[in-house]
Design a protein. Sequence first.
Length: 195
Amino acid sequence: MFSKVVVCCLFIVIIFVIIHHLALTKKIGILSDTHGYINPALFTFFENCDELWHAGDWGDIQTVETLQKFKPTKSVYGNIDGHEIRKEYPEVNLFTVEELKVCLIHIGGYPGKYSSVFGKILQSEKPDIMVCGHSHILKVMRDAKNQLMHFNPGACGNKGFHEICTAIRMKIEGKRMFDLEVWEHKRNEIEATNL
């Protein structure tokens, strides 16, 4: 009898710990350079994300509205975005997720070659994560000198020189980033769900 009660209590504690752990873990989807197009496969890729971070070059306000209806979205405007999007989002977006300070910026460069705008932010704000777009090149790298993670999700739209569309998802818990996954899709390939 006693052993059954102990086993039952341990089981309940383990379930509680698992649920508590899952509740603390934030699932983030990261994308950029949609240029007015969202591949339907991205909705599946981001389905379990708690929020999306878009690094600019939305293309049009309809794309903004589509993503905002799908998931809470933090973003910035990009160099191709017009006044409607610039009213909706800032050039630089600083916020905290879990225990990490995040900087979203469209044109930010990368470790060793940061843009002048991000260079100033880096010195004054000291973010833990920097997310940018613009280059259409997927790049994830650690900046050991400035103690931050640099993320450029590449481009997931169909305009630009890239041949493969990309996006990222990851998990954050406290100060820890983990389970990073990359979505890749051939550019201009029509999904079966579009037919």
